[in-house]
Every structure is written in structure tokens, then in C-alpha cells.
Design a protein around this ligand. Structure first.
Ligand SMILES: [Zn+2]
Length: 240
């Protein structure tokens, strides 16, 4: 058992107080960061959906254009066939050209029906895109506002964290380096609780009874005592 002074124990308790705050603040700030990432992801997902809607619109726009230009080509063919009709000499030629005109007209009908469907689709697609653009802008604004608010709330916590870290550094200068190392090691193993009081022979870290002989040592406060159960550094809490 390492001999320590009462002052060492006071210092360790202070170190623990700062550590408890540091662990708490880090958890709070970590949670905020996670939340920020989560809402940023939501916007990203929305953006993906918007891109998809824009792609759908572009596809139907191309289909409309293709359909229109094919109709144009067929119109030209019909005009040309009609011109040729006036110059034919035989009945057979006449029949062939007539069938050509007829076939082209049928094809044109099909294309025009298709075009109407495409135009209808395009109109729907345009309104979907415009609605999702508006929604996206709204959501983006909401999210940036939310994140700014979160950032503002974190300012105080970040400042406090810096203070506690500086405080620990100061304390560390007055504490024996092996004690400091031990503190760090135990804190790491116990989610930030390395130094804990003993109340009525009960370790307040793990709530187990400590042996009477050890309790006497803790009350004496002249040596470094660790809880046999949880390894935390123990100090005596005066309850009277
Ligand atoms: Zn314990």
C-alpha cells in the first residue's frame, strides 16, 4: 500500500470532480455531434430523392423531343409521298405510294398518342420536381437553423470542458505522477469514475461492502486504498 497524504486525497477528489464533469460534457457534446450528423443525413437523403425526380423529368423530356422529331420526319415523308402521287404514271405506282402514305399516317397516329402520354407524364414530373425543390429548400433552411441552434448551445459546454481540462492539468502538476497515472488508468476502466467515497463501509462506486480492516485504513486516510471489487481509489466520506 502506497503512503499518501491527506492533501493527496483532497487533490484526487478534486481531480475526480473535474473528471466527472469532463466525462459528462464529452457525452453531451458527442450526442449533439451525432444528432447533427443524423439531421445532415436526412437532408442528404432528400437531396438524393430530388436528383432522382430531376432525372425522371429529364428522361421524359427526351422522350417528348424524340417523339416530336419522329413525327416531324413522318410528316415530311407524307408531304413527299403526296408530291410523288401527282407525278405517278402507273396505277401500280399509285397504289404503292398510297399505301406508303397510309402506313405513315398510321405510324403518326401511334406517335401522337404516345406523345400525349409523354406530355402528360412530363407535366406530372415537372410538378413533382418543383414541389420537391420547394420542400428541399425549406428543409435545408430548417436544418441549417437547427444546426446553428445546436452550435450555440454547445458553446457553453465546450467552454466548460476546456476549463475542466485546464483544471485537471493544474491539479496534475501538484500530484505525484504515479498517482496521476493510476487515476487515468482506473478512470479509463470505469467510465470516468476513478475516485469514490466509502460510506458506512460501502464503496459508492460499486456499492459493495468493503472488509472492516480496509475500511479502517480508508478512514485513516494515510495510504492509497483501492476497492477490492471495482479497483476504484477510495476515500472516507464523513457522514456525521
Ligand atoms: Zn467498489
Amino acid at each position: 500500500m502506497k503512503d499518501i497524504s491527506k492533501q493527496d486525497i483532497v487533490t484526487l477528489v478534486k481531480l475526480q470532480e473535474a473528471e466527472t464533469e469532463i466525462v459528462r460534457l464529452q457525452a453531451v457534446l458527442g450526442k449533439v455531434e451525432k444528432e447533427k450528423t443524423k439531421i445532415a443525413l436526412r437532408l442528404k437523403q432528400f437531396e438524393k430523392a430530388l436528383y432522382q425526380n430531376r432525372e425522371d423529368l429529364a428522361r421524359v423530356q427526351i422522350a417528348c423531343r424524340d417523339s416530336e422529331s419522329e413525327i416531324q420526319i413522318i410528316d415530311d415523308r407524307i408531304i413527299k409521298s403526296n408530291e410523288n402521287l401527282r407525278m405517278v404514271k402507273t396505277n401500280k405506282e399509285y397504289q404503292v405510294l398510297l399505301r406508303e402514305v397510309d402506313d405513315n399516317k398510321k405510324r403518326k397516329d401511334i406517335l401522337e398518342t404516345e406523345l400525349l402520354e409523354f406530355m402528360d407524364e412530363k407535366e406530372k414530373s415537372e410538378s413533382i420536381v418543383s414541389a420537391s425543390e420547394k420542400e428541399y429548400a425549406l428543409l435545408a433552411e430548417q436544418i441549417s437553423h437547427q444546426q446553428a441552434e445546436m452550435g450555440k448551445k454547445c458553446v457553453d459546454d465546450k467552454e466548460a470542458l476546456e476549463e475542466y481540462l485546464a483544471q485537471q492539468e493544474d491539479i496534475g502538476e501538484s500530484l505525484d505522477s504515479t498517482l496521476m497515472e493510476k487515476f487515468r488508468k482506473i478512470s479509463k476502466m470505469n467510465q470516468g469514475l476513478a475516485v469514490t467515497g466509502v460510506d458506512n463501509a460501502v464503496c459508492m462506486g460499486c456499492f459493495m461492502n468493503i472488509p472492516p480492516q480496509l475500511f479502517i485504513e480508508v478512514q485513516r486516510g494515510s495510504s492509497l486504498i483501492s476497492c477490492p471489487q471495482c479497483s476504484r481509489i477510495l476515500y472516507h466520506v464523513n457522514t456525521d
